[in-house]
Design a protein around this ligand. Structure first.
Ligand code: IPD
Ligand code: CA
Length: 266
């Protein structure tokens, strides 16, 4: 049985999604307008976050928020907080690509307690609570059980204009390309983590993320039996936004390939 806390988080995401789906349909028209969809997307992001925070506040008025569009509101209470990305995959959303999601995590006394990732267009809900397992809609989630990189599909984030370390990424790719059965780039870190938890991808790595991109995904992967750490293998590096995830064996193998490159450059 999902807890009251989890239900509140799911309801907030579902309520916000009604508006997001309408905005997403509207974007199809904006793609061809002279002004383009840029400003519209920024305000959609802010509106979505407001709906989510308003809903969560009704149920948990004394919790604080750490969220992409407005950080540290109600910051005097640091014990319990929600970590929110209202639209993870904003560039996809902007381009009319449905691969984006709402990500909400609940942290109690510095420990992740629950996480949900909801994709409004696919209508897919991934969630987990500490010690209770991870779920996809009503089904229990397990990470994929492949043991060899050569059989694995790995997903990542690619640096681009104004973002990321291109040279480091190219070195990482040189290591990974000859080893794996496929590499993907989806454009939503939250969905990448959720899909690793669901066994749709075998592993994921990316550097330079923010906590709101990954907090819900971290608990969902762990409750699905997977391993997620920073790229140097530590928890601290993970909380700095550098992520590597998979089942224990694939995580270990990928970490061996990437860790040294990362440490040389950081
Ligand atoms: C981005 C997505 C993307 C990742 C970027 C993130 P946003 O979040 O998660 O997959 O590669 O680094 O910033 O900006 O779409 O919320
Ligand atoms: Ca994000």
């Amino acid at each position: 049985m999902p807890s009251a806390l989890l239900n509140v988080m799911v309801n907030a995401a579902k309520k916000a999604s009604v508006k997001i789906r309408r905005d997403f349909n509207e974007l199809e028209n904006l793609q061809v307008s002279v002004k383009g969809p840029g400003d519209f997307v920024t305000s959609a992001d802010i509106r979505t976050q407001k709906i989510i925070i308003d809903e969560l506040t009704k149920a948990k008025p004394d919790w604080s928020f750490f969220a992409e569009e407005k950080q540290n509101s109600n910051a005097n209470n640091s014990k319990n907080r929600f970590i929110i990305d209202p639209i993870d995959g904003t560039t996809n959303f902007l381009h009319g690509n449905p691969n984006f999601a709402i990500s909400i995590a609940a942290e109690v006394e510095n420990r992740l307690e629950a996480g949900i990732i909801y994709s409004p267009v696919y209508d897919e809900l991934f969630f987990a609570e500490r010690g209770k397992g991870a779920f996809f809609n009503d089904r229990r989630l397990r990470v994929a059980q492949r043991k060899k990189l050569s059989e694995s599909i790995v997903v990542t984030g690619i640096p681009h204009l104004g973002r990321g370390n291109k040279d480091q990424f190219i070195k990482e790719m040189e290591e990974i390309i000859p080893e794996v059965s496929g590499i993907r780039r989806s454009g939503s870190a939250a969905l990448d983590l959720a899909w690793v938890a669901a066994g749709r991808y075998d592993a994921y790595w990316e550097t330079g993320l923010s906590l709101w991109d990954i907090a819900a995904g971290i608990i969902i992967i762990r409750e699905a039996g997977g391993v997620v750490t920073g790229i140097d293998g530590s928890e601290k590096d993970l909380y700095n936004g550098n992520v590597i995830a998979g089942n224990d064996k694939i995580h270990e193998n990928l970490l061996k390939k990437i860790k040294n490159i990362y440490l040389q450059d950081n």
